[in-house]
Design a protein around this ligand. Structure first.
Ligand code: GYE
Length: 342
């Protein structure tokens, strides 16, 4: 786990004797700036010398293009808001996130945010944050807990709806088909909210129709490398896959390589349905390899910072803030590609 601050870390220890000496010198020399003169902006202060709001954020990792865009959005928005961001990358490991949250509590940050790698196992550390009086905001991924007082708000997407949208596209696309449609599914990180909910939204709709069969189903951990590896294994075990449903674009991109290496044509021999909407996936739609992408918006940094400010000010926040997103089919991809920001 790496803990880095967007601004240089504030000194943690003070040499009291040296500080007293400096004050004494200041008083005797009267040379430290007149009363009312603004202090120069330091690491923990703004241009007016006021203490910056400190936001501790534990990111899942850097597993996907979506995640890279989300990290940049959070970092840029914290800077624009004038907050001190303590940013920690958990490398897709829950224990790293728990350790980061504990560090933020020790550092007495004003607000803690995190994108939980999995849904369960957060109550203990979140109780510690609550006891310390530090409000918590969940960004992008939800958690499973009985105690809703352990976090103040959630901001992110409706992942069940994303799975349903992907499924609805497939039902429409296969409307005229009277035969069997064999589906392979590349799931996201096991136990994560997007993997659980996208699977549910898609399968609850599609598998009701007896023409559709789920023949292969495994996690690809939201990464290209795993997407490729698992798809290669799927193709060896099943000669009759008609559709790939990938829980994110990175796994779909990895799977495209596997399909091509197996001598098949992605988008022709195997239809591909994916989620996120990163630029590479739009390019793959332009190239006819992916047929549809359900958008999931990672650019939530400015909305997160609004919530952080409100929490620091003890203002009311909604329990859930949902991001807006669309569904893009390959015929719209060329026109949309230049507009994509991630
Ligand atoms: O779809 C995937 C990422 O939590 C919505 O995590 C996010 C998901 C996103 O790694 O690419």
């Amino acid at each position: 786990m790496s803990l880095t601050a967007s601004t240089p870390a504030r000194p943690r220890t003070r040499n009291t004797a040296a500080a007293l000496l400096a004050v004494a010198l200041c008083v005797s020399l009267a040379a430290c700036g007149g009363a009312g003169k603004k202090a120069a902006a330091g690491s923990g202060t703004d241009a007016n010398g006021a203490k910056k709001l400190v936001f501790g954020f534990s990111q899942v990792g850097s597993e996907s293009g979506w995640r890279a865009a989300n990290t940049k959005s959070i970092q840029d928005a914290a800077k624009a808001a004038g907050f001190e961001l303590k940013f920690s990358d958990a490398q897709q490991k829950q224990e790293n996130q728990i350790a980061a949250i504990r560090t933020f509590i020790q550092q007495k940050v004003d607000v803690i945010g995190f994108s939980p790698v999995v849904v369960t196992g957060w109550d203990t550390v979140l109780k510690e944050a609550k006891t310390a009086g530090i409000p918590v905001i969940l960004t992008d991924r939800a958690i499973d807990t009985q105690d809703k007082s352990l976090y103040k708000t959630f901001i992110g997407s409706d992942f069940v709806k994303e799975g349903t949208s992907a499924g609805q596209w497939l039902l429409d696309a296969e409307k005229a088909n009277t035969g069997t449609v064999n589906i392979a599914e590349l799931e996201g990180t096991t136990g994560s909210a997007p993997a659980i909910d996208r699977k549910k939204g898609f399968e609850d709709l599609v598998l009701k129709d007896p023409r559709f069969k789920l023949v292969a189903d495994q996690t690809g951990d939201f990464t290209r490398a795993k997407g490729k590896e698992v798809m290669t294994a799927f193709l060896k075990a099943h000669k009759d896959i008609n559709v790939l449903f990938a829980h994110n674009d990175d796994m779909a991109m990895g799977a495209i390589q596997a399909i091509e290496e197996a001598g098949l044509k992605p988008g022709k021999d195997i239809r591909i349905v994916s989620i996120d909407g990163v630029k590479d996936a739009f390019q793959a739609m332009v190239d006819g390899k992916i047929e549809v992408v359900v958008e999931c918006n990672p650019l939530i940094g400015p909305q997160v910072m609004d919530l952080v400010r409100k929490l620091k000010d003890k203002a009311e926040v909604p329990a859930r803030v949902e991001s807006k997103e669309g569904v893009f089919t390959k015929d719209k991809a060329a026109a949309e590609l230049p507009n994509r920001q991630y």
